[in-house]
Design a binder for this molecule. Sequence first.
Ligand code: NAG
Ligand code: NAG
Ligand code: NAG
Ligand code: NAG
Ligand code: NAG
Ligand code: NAG
Ligand code: NAG
Ligand code: NAG
Length: 512
Amino acid sequence: MAVVMFCTLLNLVLLISGPIVVEAAKANMKGKTVKVDCGRVRGLYNVTSRAYSFRGIPYASPPVGNLRWRPPFPVNSTNKNCWRGRLNARTFGSPCLQRNPQFTANMTIGNEDCLYSNVWTPFLNPTAGIPVMFWIHGGCLVFGNGNQQDIVYAPTEQLARDHDVVYVSINYRLNAFGFMSLDMLRVGLHTNTSGNYGFMDMLTGLHWVMFFGQSSGGTAIYALLASPLGHGLFHKAWAISGSPVMNKTAAEVDVDNQVVVQKTGCQDADCLYNMTPEIVPWEEFPYWAMSDLTGIPAKDRFNGALPVVDGTTSHEVSLESSPQEVTNWTWEDNKYQDYVRHALLPFGHVIAETALKLYPENVHNPEFQLASLVTDLRVTCGNDYLALVMATSFTSPVFRYIAEYAPSAPMKAFWVTLPARYAFHGIDMFAFYKTTGLMIDNMTDADRQWEVNVQQEILSFMQIGRPFTAYWGMFPGQTAVLRENTTVTAGYHTAECLFWLKNGFFSYSLIN
Ligand SMILES: *[C@@H]1O[C@H](CO)[C@@H](O)[C@H](O)[C@H]1NC(C)=O
Ligand SMILES: *[C@@H]1O[C@H](CO)[C@@H](O)[C@H](O)[C@H]1NC(C)=O
Ligand SMILES: *[C@@H]1O[C@H](CO)[C@@H](O)[C@H](O)[C@H]1NC(C)=O
Ligand SMILES: *[C@@H]1O[C@H](CO)[C@@H](O)[C@H](O)[C@H]1NC(C)=O
Ligand SMILES: *[C@@H]1O[C@H](CO)[C@@H](O)[C@H](O)[C@H]1NC(C)=O
Ligand SMILES: *[C@@H]1O[C@H](CO)[C@@H](O)[C@H](O)[C@H]1NC(C)=O
Ligand SMILES: *[C@@H]1O[C@H](CO)[C@@H](O)[C@H](O)[C@H]1NC(C)=O
Ligand SMILES: *[C@@H]1O[C@H](CO)[C@@H](O)[C@H](O)[C@H]1NC(C)=O
């Protein structure tokens, strides 16, 4: 179930609350029409927020039929695939086809026809010259969509107004439709490639100033940074708790994906292009979804990984640490010590005992220590390593932070059962979206100051290319620790990371 935390995210809530919110939108929003390259678009003006939204604007032809498993074909006047008349941009486009995260009722939700973007802006004047930020949602590249403003997993009109920023989000192809790579799908294509359609969707939507994404959205940012196709399309990036991407060659992936092909009953590409989407074997693809993401790894249970960089949190797994009853452990019952010893013993006696010295008993509490240990092993250290690779190979600066703020009360993020007491996966994004208050009953001044701090650091980075805190220097010289304020350190958990990396745990980095 740990995968649920990093992958299914908000879809459950979306299913329940979606239509109601849309009705509410109609009540307090006025229509507003603008003209763009492809024609007229009618959006909404949110009277309360004093900002506009344009929802469900197609940015590429529907990737159906022969466009399935092809690079996206942009909607624009040159390509002559614009809409006719005035586009009604007052409702979100369909999410991309995905496994129903409720695991009940219908097997899938969404549609293959899903390449739509959304815009939230405080002004309509094209010369206003305000910055643009492009949001890439998470969900392990198999779940989610860019529409989820009602459940705080997308920008809002209010955010656009408060930040004086134009926000954009998209739906991009997911799962087998977004990422299945097969040799038979490469043959005959002008690009001579297969796979990564979802990343290409992002690039099509992406002629913007700065982009940001969380979880697999963060991971995607690193894929885009590494792609020559992204060259010149964006200037800045904020990766939030991104994590390793697959480390396999096209040939290896082709072999893996034969399992999927066999389940569809197809022998050739023509058959794959013509099959009904429902017959995708959702259980087989993607094979990268690991089931033990938030615990100490089982030995040799990994696919090989390449980590990514920038912002991560100190207790990524805080709200779904396995084992779940960890909240009730005490130092006296020895459960922490027993668990760490037992789980790490396959790696060797010395490893287990050293880990217990680095994350000792009688400090903080067992939940805090276990989440620290797993987060360092799974996220912090691998991301530090990639940050180092980036800092030494890029000419541009790399700023690294650890979000360490412990909320005033356990935060109940919508995708988990266990309220989080520490800086969990997503806490920095919620601070930026100013939605901490939805997960804590009575926010304190410290909670508010934490939100302000994250926002001013990131908005400054967007505007002037460096964080708000003047003494926060580039990585690897410095790492910032974000709480209500920003402090900097020459190295965060240096000894711990040296230990994990030196002993080969890099390969166990989180895959989301
Ligand atoms: C309009 O803005 C208000 C204030 O931020 C918000 O509560 C409301 O949900 C918005 N309407 C829609 C449809 O998003
Ligand atoms: C439309 O997209 C094509 C790529 O398919 C690109 O070459 C062309 O420049 C675009 N035209 C406009 C007006 O953006
Ligand atoms: C489930 O599938 C049926 C038949 O395709 C469809 O009418 C219905 O809207 C779907 N329900 C959901 C929640 O998507
Ligand atoms: C296409 O890619 C394959 C596999 O990488 C390679 O063998 C082949 O030479 C490429 N063809 C062209 C025309 O580049
Ligand atoms: C990724 O694959 C390359 C080539 O097989 C290998 O050298 C490298 O060690 C792998 N990295 C990880 C993290 O597994
Ligand atoms: C912790 O203990 C309390 C009281 O015994 C119990 O109600 C709760 O379910 C336990 N929490 C977990 C996560 O096991
Ligand atoms: C929040 O504050 C209200 C009003 O002071 C109080 O009634 C309520 O019990 C508080 N809730 C929590 C969870 O502290
Ligand atoms: C920053 O916040 C921490 C609490 O999170 C506090 O202990 C520290 O004194 C603060 N530092 C400054 C410079 O305000």
